[in-house]
Design a protein around this ligand. Sequence first.
Ligand SMILES: [Zn+2]
Length: 388
Amino acid sequence: MPEPTPQALSYYRSGNVLWIVDNVWGLLVPAAFLFTGFSATMRGWSYRIGKKWFFAIALYFIVFSAVTFVLDLPRVYYEGFVREYAYGLSNQTFAKWASDQLTGLVVGIVGGVAFLWVPYLLLKRSPRRWWLYTGLAAIPFIVLVALVQPIWVDPLFNTFGPMKDRALEADILHLAERAGIEGSRVFEVAKSEDTKAVNAYVAGFGATKRIVLWDTIIAKLNRQQLLVVMGHEMGHYVLGHVWKQILILSSLIVVALYAVHRASGWLIAKHRARFGFEALSDVASLPLILILFGVASLVVTPVALAVSRHFEHEADRFGLEITRDNHAAATAFVTLQQENLGVPRPGPIYTWWRESHPPLGERIDFSNDYRPWEKNEPLVYADRFKVP
Ligand SMILES: [Zn+2]
């Protein structure tokens, strides 16, 4: 495992500072909407123009999204464009960055207009149990998002297609066949127009479930390394990590919404004159809900990330068991560390609040050490794939 470069350390340290700035900013902006009474003013406009309850909520959300988008633009420009260039991680033109931002805004508005009325209807109908019903309603919503995102949303940002390297594709399809996955589900995405960083992931749900490889990772890893990475992604697929994550996420959402429910009553009672609304069922409460949900999320994030790190570790194990290629796995992670300016052993606060994957140092160690087949020990996932 190579030491992190000075540049990687600087990216890591400044990233931690930015993470704090982002979190504070993410609370300050809605707080400003709330305490200046601007949120209530926007709600007033929305009702005057939209007249009906549904249209007022939709209009409020459109104005709210547009204003926060503009306020956020300098920060997002620095973090997502300037800084990525400064660290040599970006390939993106300004035009592509700008169009991606606008696309993101439109997707967010369409999603919000389509679904924000649900929690507000539940708030109106059941002021005491809305948090539970909203959390339960979130399950089909997350499933729907997971289902349509790979086919309707992701292609708005990048071009997806079959793998270009036919020989490599044949190897991957052979591995997929051993893992019991239909081969048509492997995609290559032209991510090199955005970034130099490398990645692969599993997306979708049910009929849209797929494994996606960034073209950058195909360019940087050799055949054996790519097969171990694919083995890892197939592990997520075969072990059902997507739907397990959805269930865990939904239960954490219920917990966070309950915290919103408990704290909001007290805050509204205390500041109703400034806020300009009397109940959470008033759409002017959106910034308050976002603030409280944001704080609650910070509390439950370490739980969600610990679960995610566990799944990632098991996917690593699956990838090693199906390929038995320790060297390729370890060196693939070294490439990941170098190309993505990773730090192999980040501090505990970073790990608990920000790491969805085990630290690269641990993944490299595990890749080197995990060899049950050499000691005639049983494999954990022996029954999940065919031995060649
Ligand atoms: Zn993974």
